[in-house]
Every structure is written in structure tokens, then in C-alpha cells.
Design a protein around this ligand. Sequence first.
Ligand code: B3K
Ligand code: ZN
Length: 875
Amino acid sequence: PQTIYRSDYTPPSYLVDTVELGFDLDPARTVVANRMTIRRNPDSAQREIELVGEDIELVALRLNGRLLEERDYAINGTMLTIPNAPEEATLEIETVCTPELNTTLSGLYTSNGNFFTQCEAEGFRRITYFPDRPDVMAVYTVMLRADKERYPVLLSNGNLVEEGDLGDGRHYAKWEDPFKKPSYLFALVAARLVCQEETFRLADGRDALLQVWVEEGNLDKTDYAMQSLKHSIRWDEERYGLELDLDRFMIVATGDFNMGAMENKGLNIFNTKFVLANPRVATDIDFQGIEAVVAHEYFHNWTGNRVTCRDWFQLSLKEGLTVFRDQEFTADMIGTESGRAVTRIDQVRTLRQAQFPEDAGPMAHPVRPDSFVEINNFYTVTVYEKGAEVVRMYQTLLGRDGFRKGMDLYFQRHDGQAVTCDDFRLAMADANGCDLSQFERWYDQAGTPVLRFEARYDEAARTYSITLFQSCPPTPGQPEKRPFHIPVAVGLLDREGRDMPLTLDGKNAGATVVLELTQAEQTFVFSNVAEQPVPSVLRDFSAPVILQHGYSDSDLLHLFSYDSDPVNRWEAGQRLAMGRLLKLTGEAAVSDRLNLDDTFIEAMRKMLTDDSLDAAFREQALLLPTETMIAEQLAVVDPLAVHMARQFMRANIGARLRSELLAQYEANQTPGAYSPDAVSSGKRALKNLALSYLNAAPDEETIALALRQCREADNMTDRAASLSALIHARAPEADAELARFYEEFKDEALVVDKWFAMQASAPTTDIAKVRELMRHPAFNLRNPNRARSLVAAYCMNNPVEFHAPNGSGYLFWAEHVTLLDALNPQVAARLARAMDRWRRYTPELQQHMKTALQQVAGQQRLSNDVREIVTKALA
Ligand code: B3K
Ligand code: ZN
């Protein structure tokens, strides 16, 4: 496989102005006619026409009406080149493909008999020969022809301009997208579907038609997606002055999809997981996911579609920015300050759970990578979530108004263009008259910066000085790092826990000040400091860094009780827990007599019972760091010891706070009709956390409680939580409840996924059990959601069983990465990443893991996707 370098970028040799596509849709043999007007790119030195095509059969090629013979062009692998071409030309290409055999779900494929496309990143080349790169933007017209009975609905990007009958049982629809777009935003759907639709008045007075398309029988699950879409349109108008630019906006759901959803112009295609919801089948988390993903894809219309990426190295230009926008939307939708904080805490948890490990492992890459083998491997938490943190830092440094000015300038300069992350950074800098050149390092340097501070109070001078130190560990290909430009939000708490008014450089700086750290080491001096404070550093998680703290237990308890910044208040609790979890892990490896101090339990008790705090916040504050997060703190990981330590802590909380947990369990019931709003879902979250702690130290009463909830729940959140509690408690009733659950929901694919995932991720499911589940009639490796719900859930969310000392989990992994790779390389490559951190485990486990990795690497036929992952892991 070939490595592609960012530094090798050259402009396309030819530009495409218009594309007319004609599809004769047939699952076994679809004929695609592509007629393009092209012209030589004045910015390119290259003179040949360059097209790419993959897994398609070329039938005919015409240049300005003349049929080309084989000697007129060359095909080399996926590349088709035409030398000696004129300045301007009409190029016509006819190809054939087989959608029903396309298990990769990239390009044109069928799902449950319906046609869908997925073109990002490089799927369009699986539909026709094309300069399939995002800096080639063209205007598309699409003609779809298909059997009328089987495919009554024919959709593509933009506006419907014509439809009708073709006689012979077939019909057609013609679509025009007035906006120039890169090929990765092309989409079509030909299907038997039904829709919920609505006209919606836009800010400028125009009416837009909004549609959510699903299979018949799912129309009772589209309300929330439709509502989320309307909220998203409104929000983008109000917050950024960005309007929907089409007369029609469609969302279509498919059960076979590699990721969450796709922002094709005017025709977003979604995984059913992020569309379908009602209280019976979807949890609070599912509702949240739908709102966020619908918003994310909608926001791409401006950040991604109107302004797109010059090349795939710039992916975070659209993804980091759009994730930031959907995060802000989610926070605004909740509205309250504490609600915002809870969403921020969720984001920090995601970074710690997934991005920091990625940044410290063999796949570590900058937000703007320097090279890749397979671009689909770079749709990562680094590009998305760290990318969003980078965008957030502009807002932290420039303020909301300054950030908005930067956005306005970005669109003013680049609407209709394919640009780079530098263009975005320059728009931010120029709109605010500031220099953001050092900020470029956030795009170029991989690894999570480590921040440390030393502070000194001078009683006589009434000054408090904080010295901040930064460093960044080496990552593959980047041994040395230069200092980052880091916004560090700081507040000082007095003895009573109140914020002290801050004076910096003689100026009043309020309760929280953003210190700009640009050197490896820098000192900031606060004056008029009346007493020795406790510093609250990195408030609101103002930068994606690891803060190595030197806090004493009493400092942390102080912050946990009083910090006015809810994120740092939560953080103090996490640090209190983490310190103990690490100690317990060390002890668990050598002894079975563990101990947890009263101080910690008392802090938890106080938090649990503090009714002045929202339930949602208390739930976050009581949730322990995950086993993955604990493992990241250890030089050598013994997953069993980590699991035992965390279980011990959970059981202790369950037993020692039993009466308080029971009281909160009752106090946070949500009677009446289910609503997914933040207050109700926060209550359910706290109630169900209480149930899970109680059942970490199970007895008849706690099991009876879970069983009653499982039998009486009228919504999936409560049903799933109680079933999970029964499984984890090893309750004798768990199996019967699992069976009843399956029977009740066996026709709801997304709920069956939950049923598999719940079992696969439970420490009660060992290798024999997971293999038995693989033989269940409802299991299907071809469907990505189902494969993830069982195989990936076991390999990634069940650490103690996956890392079984005999290596059985790793063999299971190797077997299924290989099987999946033959079907769907993208899904296989995600699963392959379960081994990323293999070098951190005990020597015995490492040996087994290496064997499994080598087993995969040694396969004759392996996709570039999986090969890149295992090669980098073994390097
Ligand atoms: N842009 C798509 C992701 C495409 C992934 C291709 N392997 C979804 C999103 O980020 O909105
Ligand atoms: Zn996106």
C-alpha cells in the first residue's frame, strides 16, 4: 500500500464545471452514464486528464463525442489518464456496477433491497470515473430510472425538476443541485420508503420542505429527528446568520451504514440509529445522539458543503468545526448553565476515554495529518473531537463575538471554495486583528500536551504567582514538540470556597481569567490576594491537555465542594476517585484485601444528597472514571486488577451509601409521560446510577428493585438500565428477563442491537458465551450496527473478558477482523483498533496480543484499511 503525503498536494489538472449523471438502477447491473464538461486548470502544470474508478466496469468513453479506443487512454490500477486532451471538452463515460454485491457500503449499494450511496471519502469513484477529490467542485444534474413498483421513491441532491413514467413499469426523476459541490457530497436513494414532512418558514421568509424518509412501519419514530432538524435550522440562523440555501431538505434512514450519518447536499443519509426514536425503543442517550447528529449533518451545509476541504488532510476543517457547532447547539438547547456544564463534562469524558488514548498510541496523528494510507482510517476522535477542542480554543481566546467575526470573514472569503485549515485560522486572526501563527501547532503536532503548575503565595506582598509548564510527549514521526498556544482558564477559591476577585497586571480580571501560555514555562502574578487560595486551573476544560496536578486531598475536597466552575468541581471528584482507584489497582494485583477510606465515601455522600444540584450534574459527579481511563494512567496494565479495583469501589459505594442511594432512587422517579428533556433525563440518569451502585453490592432487595423496574418500565431508558443492572449483579432472573426483552423487541433492529451489546459488554459474558451469541439467528456480520453491537462491544467495552489471560479474546478479535475485512474494510479497520494500546499490557498479555496482530498482518488478502492499522500497531 502506498502512503500519501500532505506535502505532495498538487492542484487538479482539469476542472469539472457540470456533471450530468444518468442511472439505470438494477441491483445486479446498474448502468451509469456520466457526461461532464471539463476544462484545463490554469493552476496546474499537468496536462493529462486524470480520473479514478474502482470496482466498476468501463463500457465506453467519449471525448467531444468521439469514442475513445484503448490506445487513446491508459488505465493503471484505479487511475485512468487521457493524454493530449483539448483545453475544454465534453467527456462521456459509461460504466456498470453491481450494487447488490457491494458489502463495503461505499459507493452505490443496496440495503434491505433499497438503493443508497455513500461517497465520502472516496466512494464516488465506485460509481463512475471522476477526478474524485474534494477540490473539484461541479454542478450536478441527476436522472434516476428504476422499477416503479419496487422503487417508488427516487431522490438525489438539490431540487426535483421533473418526474414521470417510462412505460415498461419503470419511472424516472430528474434532480438538479444548483450549488457547486465536490463529488463526495453526491447522493441518491431509490427505495420503497415513506416520509414525515413539513413546510418550515425560514428567517428570510422562504418556505422550505423538510422530509424524514424511513421504511414503512417506522413512521412512529420520526418526530424527534424532525424536531431536531427544525431546531438546528433555527439555531444556525440565530447564532451564525446562516440560512438553509435549498427549497428542500431531506433526511433518509438506512439500517446498513458504516458510520452515523452523511451530509450529502440536501439529502442527508443516516444510520437508522440516529433517526428512529420513540420512548418505547430509544434511550435518553439515543435521543441525545439523534439531536446532535441531525444538527451536525445540517450544520455541515455551511461548514463542509458551501466551504469544503481542499484535500482530505484538511478534514478537521469541516469536522472539528462542525462538531464544535453541534456541541454548542446541544448546550444552547439545554439552556441552563449547569446543563451546559454537563454537556461539557460529556465531551471531556469522550476525550479521556478515546482521544487521549489515540493520541498516545500507534495511530497518533495531528488534527491535520501529514500522511495516510487509507483516508477512511482518519475519521478519528482526533480529527473530530480534538479538532472541535481546537476550534473551541479560538472562541476561548477571542470571545464569542470575536469568534463570530472570524466565522463571518471565513464565509465572506471562501464561500464556494475548497480551502485549508490555515484559511480558517487566518480568517479568525484577520477578523480580530491578532496573530495566531503559533496556534498552527495545534494542527501540526500530535500528542496530548501535559500541563503542570507551581504556585506560591506571598503573604507580605499579597501576591499569588502561578508558573505554568507545558510539554508534549513524542509521537510516531514527531520526536520533539514546540510549545503550544494554550488558553488556561484560572480562578482562585478562598478558604470559604468563594471565588476571589482577580487582579492581573493591575487590572480587575473578574472571577475567571484566561491565561495565555505560549512558552514552555511562564509565570503569572496575581496581586491583592488576601489569603492563600486554592487554585482552580483549566476551568471549563479550556484546552485539550492533561493537567498533572499536585493537589492535596484537602484541596480536591475543597474544589469538589465549592468550585463555582462546575467542570472543575466535577474534575476534583474524578481526581479524588482516580487517586484511590490507582492505589486499589496496585493492591488488587497482589491481595484480595482492599480498603476504601471514609473521607471519599463522605464526599460522595455529600454530593449524592445535595439537592441544590441538578440530578444530571450529580450523576456525572458520582460516575467513576472508566476502566479505560484508569488503564491510561498506568505504565503496565493488568486489566483484571483494574476491574477489581473499580468494582470494589462501586460495591463500596453501593453498600456504604445504601440508604442514600435508595432515597435518591425514589426521589428521582419521573412519573407521567416520558420526555427526553434534560431535567427528566438527568433524573433518570441519577436514579439508574443509584440502581447500578446498589446492584454492585447486590442482595434480594436491590435485585427486587431492578426486577420491578424491568417489569414496569414504560420507556427504554429505564428498561435497559434495569436489565443491565440484573446482568451485572448476576441475578438469577437475568436470563429470563433477557429472553423476555428479546421476545418483545425482536422486530426492532436497533433494540436487538442493544440486546447484543448489553450482553457483549457485561463481564459475565466470557468467550464461550460471546461465541454462542454469534450463532444466534439474529446475528449478522454484514450489518455494521449488528457487528458492532456484538463483536466490537466485546472487544472494546468488556476489557476484563477481552483481555482474558489465555488470549482467547485476542484470537476472537483476529478471526473477526479477518472475516469482516473481506466484507467491509471500514468496519473491520475500526475493530482492528481494539489493539492500539497493546504495548501497555503485562508481558504475558502483550505476547498474546502480538501473536493475534501478526496473525492478521500475515493474511494474504487484506484491505489497505486494516493493513495500515495493524502495521502501525506492530511498528
Ligand atoms: N462526513 C461524514 C463521515 C464520512 C466518513 C467516511 N468514512 C459524517 C460526518 O462527519 O458528518
Ligand atoms: Zn461531520
